[in-house]
Design a protein around this ligand. Structure first.
Ligand code: AMP
Ligand code: MG
Length: 418
């Protein structure tokens, strides 16, 4: 099966918007067992839109476009493609009513330009937009005018990620499964790990998976800073059995290094575990500047778990807000096991939480010394049994440093609770 994704938007060409749809759609499709053949990003011009879609239809069974369904003058996709395919546009009263309700419920006047979003090319399936105004559209081209003897589907999705993503999950994925059924079951499982680099993960698991690979297991690794995902997939008649056996092997080899499956994030696993145990958390952050609190508060239900967080960047604030003794800082330094221990203890006491995590480090590029080079970070964990500290070194850029530090702190607590 041949799938092409076309991302429209002049902002993509100008480097003003990162083309996240490209990755997100390919990833969702791959998880469903459909691998994209070609991706194209183009500007919002009639020549680019019509030319690219026409060419793609000349090769593909499924073409997905993103963007250009909105109400502004650069949103041309719907009109252009309807015209190109000879499908007159009709105003859909149900969409129009939804648009009126959308604005009424927000106590806003509906701009006249919005109305074009109720226009539907003849024969198109309307894909409801639960998070915005422009519905998506799916057109069955049978026959496909640009590829003799073939049929095709053309799916038009809106640009904003928070609209496109739920629409894909709710309407497009079921449509694709129905219209392009696999001849064999397709099973995909991702196991997410922390604590070992990509090659070490591979070294540990691959030698045990050879026979499953020969039976059809597709094995993949995806490394991100501090983490490695192991992707196990199969599209053969015994796919379920193969992937289940592979998962058991990887779990046996990696054990507690695995923190989650599929799209689970470390912070959600931790919030879930703490909620389940009826326990709470406090945070005392220096070098991460609140990033750990940001990650935790991204998780729905974080209020059950997070009591309080402090960003104590200066020495004075470490003492004033958390009760770190000035002599501790003077003797051992703000970046030290002693200071991080007092930060964690102070945060736990003040928040009245079960646990507290604290971090203090040197993000760089300046501020390092021979005994504490740039990248040095201390993590403290206070709990019912006292305070522990550990030292890490992440000599990298500031943003990656914050990510690695935050992940390590969260993972340390996760492993303690496992
Ligand atoms: P549009 O419907 O094309 O006007 O897109 C609306 C907004 O969605 C744009 O201003 C971008 O912020 C966002 N957007 C559009 N295309 C993409 C894309 N490929 N990746 C990420 N965001 C996008
Ligand atoms: Mg646009």
């Amino acid at each position: 099966m041949n799938i092409e994704v076309i991302n429209t938007g002049s902002e993509l060409m100008l480097g003003r918007t990162l083309n996240t749809h490209q990755q997100w759609l390919c990833r969702r499709l791959a998880d469903l067992g459909y691998v994209v053949t070609r991706q194209t990003a183009i500007a919002d011009t009639p020549e680019a839109i019509c030319g690219t879609v026409r060419e793609a239809l000349g090769r593909a069974d499924l073409v997905i476009t993103t963007g250009g369904l909105g109400p502004t003058s650069d949103d041309l996709t719907r009109d252009l493609l309807a015209q190109m395919l000879g499908r007159p546009l009709h105003e859909d009263p149900q969409i129009l009513e939804k648009l009126h309700n959308y604005f009424a419920s927000r106590k806003r006047v509906m701009p006249v330009s919005t109305r074009v979003q109720a226009m539907v090319p003849e024969g198109a399936i309307v894909l409801a937009n639960d998070f915005g105004t422009a519905p998506g559209l799916a057109l069955s081209l049978a026959p496909n005018p640009y590829r003799a003897g073939h049929k095709a589907w053309l799916v038009l999705l809106p640009g904003p990620p928070r609209e496109l993503r739920p629409m894909f999950q709710r309407s497009v994925a079921p449509l694709i499964r129905q219209e392009f059924p696999h001849s064999c079951p397709y099973v995909c499982r991702t196991l997410r790990s922390m604590g070992l680099g990509e090659s070490l993960v591979q070294e540990k698991v691959e030698k045990h998976l050879g026979s499953l690979v020969s039976r059809g297991l597709d094995l993949g690794y995806c490394a991100r800073p501090g983490r490695v995902d192991v992707r196990l997939a199969a599209g053969v008649s015994e796919a379920t059995e193969i992937v289940t056996q592979a998962e058991a092997i990887v779990r046996r080899e990696l054990g507690h290094l695995i923190y989650g499956t599929d799209d689970q994030e470390l912070e959600s696993v931790l919030v879930e575990t703490l909620t389940h145990r009826g326990e709470t958390l406090a945070l005392a952050e220096s070098c991460t500047g609140g990033y750990i609190a940001h990650l935790i508060t991204n998780v729905p239900g974080a209020s059950q778990v997070l009591r309080a967080g402090w960003v104590t960047y200066s020495n004075a604030s470490k003492s004033d807000a958390l009760g770190v003794l000035p002599t501790t800082i003077a003797t051992h330094g703000a970046v030290s096991a002693e200071t991080v221990a007092e930060m964690a203890r102070g945060a736990r006491e003040r928040a009245g939480s079960t646990y507290a995590l604290a971090v203090t480090g040197i993000a760089g590029p300046t501020g390092g010394s021979p005994e504490k080079p740039v990248g040095t970070v201390f993590i403290g964990l206070a709990g019912p049994n006292g305070v522990e500290t550990l030292k890490q070194n992440y000599p990298t850029d500031r943003e990656t440093f914050k990510q690695l530090t935050a992940q390590h702190a969260l993972d340390w607590l996760r492993r303690k609770l496992a």
